[in-house]
Design a protein around this ligand. Structure first.
Ligand code: PFF
Length: 453
């Protein structure tokens, strides 16, 4: 028998709300900002193929594992582990998830804030001012105040959504923002593929060049898939604790993974044709979106409008992700310490902003502060993406594959035996054998060889 739901908890109201919120968490800067530039740096189509394999082989199963823990546990990420494994140290995996969410929220909101500055720049004519766009970008991110103000605005927007609760906040806004994001993306896709020479960009994205593939690329693709699907840290455990007991977890995991991957690929379809149409190097790295693209918008007819749409898309993608990060921490504080959501939000936002300000300043006034040879921003990113996420992912798959009984996992995935789950043996095999080895490999490699990026 599946465990009863907790009638006193706020829950998602609809299937579409669940999909929008979970896809909203997954689709973020990782898709629109990071995926295109890492693809550009790692061989285009070959990287794409490996990335797809990682999502299909590992991502979907790890996501389904997280859904099983959250919905069965019926609490925040820490509480869910505690209720499924009482009197064991498994709650430690939950604490790690809360810490990871807090750390990611702090530095992710710095880059998210940049998107707001760029929304303004696309319409105020700054891209056309004649100043080299790389200077403009560097002047902005090294400025001691402006990026911080935008970061705080972004935190405030995130808090305003989360304060409404699950149904009237997270679900309500994701149901508006995610369709908006898809519309923005489709407009930009049409614009990009009708540019002269766009075929070159598409060829770059879709033709595999296997000579660029090394073991490192494979591990990197796996790490990117994890980050992009919001795995390994409890965001999806927290969200799934609000899922209905009748929700089909397997189908939801597949739909969210498909949505996340399609949006990453379409972001590539927006960016690479534009890059090739304007004869720009596709492997520009992190600056691809903030320097290369504005250059393109500067040269393109109606560039201000397309620039506005692009950066609004980036901001919306980031916002629905920071909402899920904040919810992880807020659910933890409010449920475990019995304080109101409002108080938990205020506390979390204050502390995440303080850490976030240091992350932001590490591009400018604090750029000389290096810890383990990394700037504060890079260190936070490294600790979260290369240590906490893989370790969290490893604990999650070991928990579902080896700690929970086969009966309990099957019971949760099949909604108490009411759903047909023909994929169950494959899922269980992946979670028990393939995923732990693959995730351990990413983890060990990234610890010993530094950032995979
Ligand atoms: N998946 C988000 C992205 O691709 O930008 C980042 C993220 C959000 C990671 C939420 C982890 C998370 F819990």
């Amino acid at each position: 028998m599946s465990l009863p739901g907790n009638a006193n908890r706020d829950n998602f109201g609809s299937k579409f709300g669940i999909l929008a919120a979970a896809a909203g968490s997954a689709v973020g800067l990782g898709n629109v900002w990071k995926f295109p530039y890492v693809t550009g740096q790692n061989g285009g189509g070959a990287f794409l193929l490996i990335y797809l394999a990682c999502v299909l082989l590992l991502g979907v199963s790890v996501m389904l594992s997280e859904f099983s823990i959250g919905r069965r546990g019926q609490r925040n990420v820490f509480g869910s582990f505690k209720s499924l494994a009482p009197n064991t140290p498994w709650y430690f995996a939950g604490i790690m998830g809360v810490v990871a969410a807090f750390v990611i929220l702090s530095f992710y909101s710095a880059v998210a804030g940049w998107t707001l500055e760029y929304i303004v720049h696309s319409v105020d004519g700054s891209f056309h001012s004649g100043e080299p766009l790389s200077n403009a970008f560097n002047n902005f991110i090294t400025h001691p105040v402006r990026p911080i103000l935008w970061q705080l605005v972004f935190m405030a927007l995130t808090a305003l959504i989360v304060v409404g609760g699950v149904k009237n906040g997270i679900e309500k806004y994701n149901k508006i923002l995610m369709p908006l994001l898809v519309i923005f993306l489709l407009i930009l896709c049409v614009r990009a593929i009708t540019l002269p020479n766009s075929v070159e960009g598409l060829k770059f994205l879709f033709t595999p060049d296997f000579s660029k593939i090394t073991a490192k690329t494979v591990l990197f693709a796996m790490g990117q898939a994890f980050f992009s699907l919001s795995l390994g840290m409890g965001a999806l455990i927290t969200y799934s604790s609000y899922f209905k007991k009748t929700e089909n977890l397997g189908i939801t995991a597949i739909n969210v993974s498909i949505a996340d991957t399609v949006i990453a690929v379409l972001s590539g379809v927006v960016i690479f044709p534009a890059v090739f149409a304007f004869h720009i190097e596709p492997s520009a790295g992190p600056s691809l979106v903030f320097i290369t693209l504005p250059e393109i918008f500067r040269q393109m007819p109606l560039g201000s409008i397309f620039g506005f749409i692009f950066f609004a898309l980036l901001a919306v993608a980031a916002l629905t992700s920071t909402v899920s990060l904040l919810e992880v921490v807020v659910a933890y504080f409010s449920e475990e310490f019995k304080i109101t959501r409002k108080k938990s939000i205020i506390i979390t936002i204050i502390f995440a902003s303080i850490l976030g300000v240091f992350a932001s300043l590490s591009f400018g006034p604090l750029s000389s502060v290096l810890i383990f040879k990394k700037s504060i921003f890079d260190l936070l990113d490294f600790v979260a993406s290369n240590v906490l996420l893989p370790l969290g992912g490893l604990l999650i798959v070991i928990f579902v594959g080896w700690y929970m009984t086969k009966r309990d996992v099957r019971d949760e995935v099949s909604n108490g035996g009411t759903l047909n789950v023909p994929f169950f043996p494959y899922f269980r095999f992946i979670v028990r054998f393939i995923a732990p080895v693959a995730i351990a490999a990413i983890f060990i490699y990234s610890i010993f060889y530094g950032s995979l990026g």
